[in-house]
Design a protein around this ligand. Sequence first.
Ligand code: C5P
Ligand code: MG
Length: 210
Amino acid sequence: MLSTIRTNKLLTTMLPKIVFVLGAPGSGKGTQCQNIVKEFGFDHLSAGDLLRAERQTPGSPDGELIEQHIKEGKIVPVEITCRLIEKAMNVSKNDKFLIDGFPRNEDNLIGWNKQMSEKVQLLFVLFFECDEKTCTERCLSRGAAGSGRSDDNIESLKKRFQTYQNDTLPIINLYDEQGLVKRIDANGSPSAVFDLVKVVFNDVLSKGDN
Ligand code: C5P
Ligand code: MG
């Protein structure tokens, strides 16, 4: 019995490690992921970036559907998003991944659990908590600075926040009940927030069984 548990644990620790990164639009997920990549050697897979790239791919059968969902702040069906994430993981030589902006709703969670959860070791969920006002200002200035995103405008942002409140927060709460959520106060400057992020990663990665 004990040896079975040990073997399972050993097998689990050989799987690719993942951290889900969640938070409202503009909470700094992408910015902090770039810092984590440099400091801790993870690969950064942003579900939003993967969807935007797929939308641009000539001949993609999903391009139009993705654009409509992004503009409306709605969540794309998980079959599409999960396929893009799995493909990106398979192409990578890395064995640790930040999965940014996923799982965003129940459909994402169910699809992931069906297709991927047994192929990875989920370390924790990094949750950036940030006031809506600060998040909105960040997204609007990103839009004004030429992000080129069709959803960095006030109309899309209102819908994105609604989706976040109604669909994503309940998923974060589910992980929280399992003790998997690490909360970060994300209202500060990028470097102040990264100081908090570093504490979390140093702590988790120093506990040898990861
Ligand atoms: O995370 P990001 O802000 O880049 O996401 C932009 C948009 O991409 C979301 O508002 C949503 O329309 C789409 N998306 C999705 N499913 C995800 C992540 C993003 O449909 N898991
Ligand atoms: Mg992002």
